[in-house]
Design a protein around this ligand. Sequence first.
Ligand SMILES: Cc1cc2nc3c(=O)[nH]c(=O)nc-3n(C[C@H](O)[C@H](O)[C@H](O)COP(=O)(O)OP(=O)(O)OC[C@H]3O[C@@H](n4cnc5c(N)ncnc54)[C@H](O)[C@@H]3O)c2cc1C
Length: 510
Amino acid sequence: MGYKELEIRVPVQFSEDEIKKHIRKISKLTDFNFQILRKSLDARNKKHICWQYRVGVSSDELKHGAEPVFEFIEIPHKNSKHKVVIVGSGPAGIFAGLLLAEAGIKVTIIERGSKVAKRRHSIEHFERTQDFDPKNNYAFGEGGAGTFSDGKLTSRTKGISKERNYIYHCFVEAGAPSEIVYMTHPHLGSDNLFSITSNLRAKFEALGGTFLFDTLVQNITIQDNKVVKVLTSKGDLDADFVVFATGHSATETFRMLISKGVPFQTKNFAIGMRAEHHQELINNAQWGVSRLPGVKAAEYRLTASIDQQPFYSFCMCPGGIVVPATAYANSNIVNGMSLYRRNGRFANAAVVAGINLNALLGREISVSEAIDWLEKLEQGFFTVSENFNAPSIKIADFMLGKTTQSFPESSYPFSLNSFDPASLLPKQVISTMKQGLNQFTNKLFGYEQGILIGLESKTSSPVQAIRDKEKLNSKFQNLYIAGEASGWAGGIISSAADGLKVAFALLNKI
Ligand SMILES: Cc1cc2nc3c(=O)[nH]c(=O)nc-3n(C[C@H](O)[C@H](O)[C@H](O)COP(=O)(O)OP(=O)(O)OC[C@H]3O[C@@H](n4cnc5c(N)ncnc54)[C@H](O)[C@@H]3O)c2cc1C
């Protein structure tokens, strides 16, 4: 049996059912098996936009070549009575939990919010009434921040291919479309994420794991350089190992950890707003046509550099909606999500400027000050209307230094309120955004026709846990900070992969 890989370019309307015929035609093989290894859209030439496939073909008619071996994590089995408590059920928490449970460890995941069905109900109620639920919102609740998202699975983190294969395997097993393993820009869609999240929970419980929902971790007890108890809103739990996978919205949890001497440092992060356009405008700019049968909706990723200050688009949601993503009642931030079909009328993306707070404020600041600074900014956006209507401005008006008189239609569930971004965002950020958006307008035709909505402050955390490079624990022998809370990961895949790495580090100690 031999093996070879082929590159295939086919029109966008091409049906995947015909791929075997196509391989037969170009390879001249009669009897073979094949596997799609990669699928990406090539839109460089707008007149000939096509799908580009890489396929692996195995056949007795081929004399050479061997199938590639996919790297996969190996989970050791431990016979141990150790109790592991994981705080947070987002990608980092659930994947750490799954791996430890598969290794035979007794794991409890504590989640401040409710199961995904109840969480969904709370969010729908919030979007009808502005009645905010501090336990169940776009940041908190089962599945973490990624549950109500676009579910984009792209990650630029290097050295996580084994972890990524395991994560994809678990997602597909939990009901994700199998194409995620080969698409260059895979995404799950929020609609798929609801069932994937509960199926991952079912797998974890079937492996012997325990979930405690509606339970807030408020404190920890430390004795002899070890965490011995986790104190929750529903009582105390003994623990041999504790993993905080609490994301980067839980400011009171950061403050509690800092007060216990868990070491953090400040780091660069980014702030800005979310740009929204009609999807047709983006399709026209990227493809030269408003619709392309066989492709869902056009994406974009733009970057600009202004006096060495990075400015870039982030977390683009084609056919998506802008959502009120605050974790706390008195602050106002936005984010983006979409359904699997990506068939909404709008496209949105964060447009953010990188910042170094020390440089911005002209002095060395502490981790607590960094958290306070960001929280104050998020609260500032709430004070514009004292509710969750989003402070907004048209991009063209922003670039001309004018405020907006009236807004076009938007996907945001509440009203857009006109404001002057310069009244809340630092001068340097305003200047970077203006110049950067100008560059975006030259790169993507019609970009200035969009709207800038709300504050985008959650692209990455302003603080980072100081962890032992090998053992990954943070100061105390048995304490781990994983995923986005650690500041070493951001996004669904890198947070899940960090959860797995932390779980392996923990297993090494058992
Ligand atoms: C609307 C939206 C869209 C997004 N879209 C994408 C996308 O398309 N692709 C992508 O890669 N990333 C996306 N992200 C970012 C992504 O969701 C996060 O990077 C990822 O979820 C981080 O995973 P995590 O497990 O580290 O933390 P989180 O997912 O934030 O999970 C932390 C969990 O801990 C719980 N918790 C916090 N404090 C406590 C406590 N004290 N006690 C008990 N429980 C606690 C929270 O309720 C939460 O469930 C999006 C985020 C949002 C908000």
